[in-house]
Every structure is written in C-alpha cells, then in structure tokens.
Design a protein around this ligand. Structure first.
Ligand code: SAH
Length: 343
C-alpha cells in the first residue's frame, strides 16, 4: 500500500491510463484530496465505485500524529509530529503580513554537520517521503484552520540530499487543481550541494533558491560547515551564477551572525566582495543559541553595523527579525528536546 499523498497529478494520470481508465480521473482525485480535503475514498462522489475499489487496493490516506503544539508570543506555531515509523519531525507555521508560511522538514535528522545547528546533533536516520512533506502542510493548515500561502523548505534536513522527493513535493503543492501554492512562494534552502544547484537550475517551475552561506571565506566556512570542504565557496558562487543566468531569478543568501566568528567588519567587506555583481538578496539572521553549542548571538550593535556596511556597498540586504525564539522554534530544537525526554 502507498500513501495517496505520494502521487503527483502526472503519476495519477499514468496510473489511470495503465488501469484502463480515463486520464481525467487524475484531476478529479487531486481536487478531492487537495481542494475538498477529503480523508477517504468514499467521499469522492463523482468517481465510479469500481474505480474507487481499485484505488483502495493500492492507496491509503496516511496521516501525521501531532504530538506537541506550541504557540509563541509572536504568533509563530511549532508542531512536533510522529511519523508512521515512530520518528519525530517538526514544522513551523509563521504569520507574516503577506499571509502564512510554513517551514517544512525534509529529513529525519541531518548529515551536514554544521557546527552551530541543533538539527545535526543527531545524524540523519532517513529521508522523508514526499507524502510526509505534503502532510506537514495539510496537517498544519487543518490544525490552524488557515490557508498557507508560502512554503520554505528550511526545516530539519538538507533538501538537496533528498532531491527527488523534495521536487515531487513541490510539484504536488504547486498544482493548480490542488493546493495551488505559487511557485514564486516556494523557497528551497541548501547548505550548498553544488551539483544539485545545477540540476535545480533546470527545474521548470519558477521556485526560489536560498543558499546558507554564513561565511565570506573558505577559512571561516570550513570551520563551521564541513560541506565546504567538498564544495568550497568559489564552486558555490559559480553554481549560483549559473542558476541566476539560467533562471533569471534572484538568489537569497542566508548569513547567520555568530559572535566573533563571522560578524566582524572585515567579514562584511569580504562578503560584499564575494557577492559583488550577483543578483542576490542577503538575509542576515540573528543566531538562535543552542544549549549544546558554544556559539553566541552577535550583539545588536554589531548586527546593525554589519547590515550598514552591506547597505553602503549597495548589496540588497535585510536584517531578519527573529520568530518563535521562546518556543524552541529554531532549527531542530524542539525535536532534540523531545528525544532527550524519551532517551
Ligand atoms: N539544510 C538546509 C536547510 C535547513 S537549515 C540549509 O542548510 O539551508 C535552515 C537555515 O537555518 C539554514 O540557513 C541554517 O544554517 C539555519 N540555522 C541552523 N541553525 C540555526 C540557529 N540555531 N539559528 C539560526 N539559524 C540557524
């Protein structure tokens, strides 16, 4: 048996054709699942009994169990879900002036080993299935009774280390007969898996790319992000250049400000040199301190100075406000707490 949330419209079409059925049934199924949000086959009233019987043989409606739900003082909501195999994942719902956005997890744990990040405290156990990503969106939106308009693929895990499932997830949530999340409202964030950045450049949907850069030199980046030894900055920037040329889209550069590590004026200058001439937007992110990690958040003053240097050198930049700090919404912190409780 497979989860019904594994299938894109294309896959259903193929399924129906292979089963001697009309291809348009795929549109009907997609509408029932994602428009009307039914949780069983018998609610699909415009589909023949025999067709439904066949569907029931192959598919079922999988679900996530919500274990914990927290609401932060700024309205950010955090969900801890239990998967069918007992693993935990988390999703974060953020309220913005332009609507609701969800931060989706892509793997159980993470193997990238970034020195500052709580997610990597536990190694990757497995990739999430497409259905498990789709269900994060469906469950959160049903629980909170809101429509989600934006999706950031920035939860636990490295999306480009689970490339095919993540891209099918994007195709499913983008489908015009289903959830219809605009491609421009979907962002994938990567720590810099260069070969996948090239592949992603060929993806036909106009989705956004964010790069977790976090350092302006290989010397610093090697210290905090082990992946940099495989894909150093110059390779990343080459791939980013290719992506921009190919897609004509602006790339977001994420830069966490870590006290005395990457937040000096010299770092700001070097970052400007590195990004000069690229169509990028820099997101400066206040670090969410992690108990098990030695890193500290930069002082407010330092962050503002860093911001000013970029601004002065005409780099598009914003200093991101922090969300959900009081509910462990930062990057794997809720999951790691839950795991400790149960250990
Ligand atoms: N693996 C992907 C996506 C998940 S991490 C990536 O690296 O982009 C999402 C973002 O949160 C990354 O930019 C990551 O570096 C950042 N991050 C991780 N831990 C953080 C923390 N404690 N405080 C602030 N940002 C953090």
């Amino acid at each position: 048996m497979e989860s019904i949330y594994e299938y894109s419209e294309e896959m259903f079409k193929q399924y129906f054709v292979e089963n001697g059925e009309k291809p348009f049934r795929s549109s009907q199924v997609i509408e029932w699942i994602y428009r009307h949000r039914v949780h069983d086959f018998d609610s699909m009233t415009n589909i023949k009994k025999e067709v439904l019987a066949k569907l029931k043989e192959q598919f079922y409606f999988s679900a996530l169990e919500c274990v914990t739900h927290q609401v932060s003082s700024d309205g950010t909501q955090k969900f801890l879900f239990r998967l069918e195999d007992g693993n935990w994942i988390e999703s974060v719902l953020m309220k913005n002036n332009y609507g609701y956005s969800i931060c989706v997890t892509t793997q159980v744990g993470c193997n990238m080993g970034c020195a500052f990040c709580a997610s990597g405290l536990k190694k990757k156990k497995r990739n999430l299935k497409t259905s498990e990503m789709v269900l994060q969106l469906l469950s959160v939106s049903e629980f909170a009774k809101i429509r989600i308009s934006h999706v950031v693929i920035m939860g636990i895990g490295e999306p480009f280390d689970n490339y095919d499932n993540v891209l099918r997830f994007i195709q499913i949530i983008n489908h015009p007969l289903g959830l219809e999340i605009g491609s421009r409202h979907i962002t994938v964030s990567t720590c810099g898996l260069v070969d996948k950045i090239y592949e992603y450049s060929e993806f036909p949907l106009q989705v956004n790319l964010a790069i977790s850069l976090h350092a302006p030199t290989n010397e610093i980046r090697n210290r905090i992000m082990p992946i940099n030894q495989k894909y150093p900055l110059e390779k990343i920037m080459e791939a980013v250049g290719y992506y921009i040329e190919k897609t004509n889209r602006r790339v977001t550069i994420e830069y966490i400000l870590l006290k005395d590590i990457n937040d000096g004026k010299d770092c700001a200058d070097k970052l400007c040199d590195l990004l000069h001439g690229y169509n990028v937007y820099v997101n400066l992110i206040p670090y969410n301190e992690v108990m098990e990690k030695p890193f500290k958040r930069s002082l407010k003053q330092t962050m503002v100075e860093f911001f000013d240097i970029l601004k002065k050198r005409k780099i598009n930049v914003q200093l991101r406000r922090e969300q959900g700090g009081d509910i462990d919404a930062a990057c794997g912190q809720l999951r790691s707490k839950q795991m400790k409780k149960e250990e």
